[in-house]
Design a protein around this ligand. Sequence first.
Ligand code: MLT
Length: 318
Amino acid sequence: MQLPEIEVIFSCSEDNFLPAVDVWIVIDVLRATTMITRWFELGGTELYPVRNPDEAKKLISDLRERGSDPLLMGEVNGIPPEGFDLGNSPAELNYKIVQDHYCGVISTTNGTVALLEAASSGSPVIASSLRNASAVMDHALTLGNNIGVLCSGRKGRPCLEDTLCAGALVDDLNFRYANKILMSDSAKIALTVWNDRGENLEEYIKKSDHAKFLEHIGFSEDIKFCSEYDACTVVPMLFNDKNEHTILRSVIGSSKPHAERIKPLEQNKISHPELEPVKKINDPFEELLQYTRKPSQYFYIHNHSHNNYNNHKSKEHK
Ligand code: MLT
């Protein structure tokens, strides 16, 4: 059985080189992926991540033309831009807001950009925060055992809270496979930060630059909320909607408490057959095809690979 390997990218920038992995887990603890997690936790069904407010407003009008009533949420410099219905504060999101809309569009400085960067890799993409970290790893392992973790970071540089969450994911994976996983150096560094966290995640995260900024502009409640570990089991994943827009949907959710889910290696081998390694495929197109054999649910990416994918797909169906 091929043991899992995990790679961590500490921050997302436009010229990111993303190595080939079976699945990308994207993190933006303060606050985009926590906001996304909370949206689905409260019953939201669809959420469109976009790169900036202008794209958000354009998409909102397209969706409204098609009879949808999406909520426009997000931030620039931590606060909602002009014309937005809501900011990017998970502590402010509530059941009534979500139940009134179910569908939303979200634009943030780093988090939604990182999701879309990961989507341009060709691999499935999952949004993780501390709130849903174990459920995310449960699902990531059903997609393969070469796992990439992309931290959004802050202004193109590493940030403490995303690195901490990446370390939590590395620690979780290591626990499941009895400390036998293959870790990149960056994964080892993230694990070191996680092991340095002490007793109180909120106090640790408050040391970060972005937490200090959020406290300064009046969002202290969000830091507390974003520090809650394994508070839910929603797993937001990127898909293509029927109009080729990138959309987040929650693929899984269970009420199993954290402790029940995480079992040492021996029990996993018995109770979680899906943890068997995915067949390693060398031919990139063959690798791409493995996803086309599943319902057309995974996001495909960049134009060039999109054309190749289309050509390849037509060949496959001849
Ligand atoms: C980000 O995308 O960097 C964060 O979501 C910013 C924030 O919410 O304050």
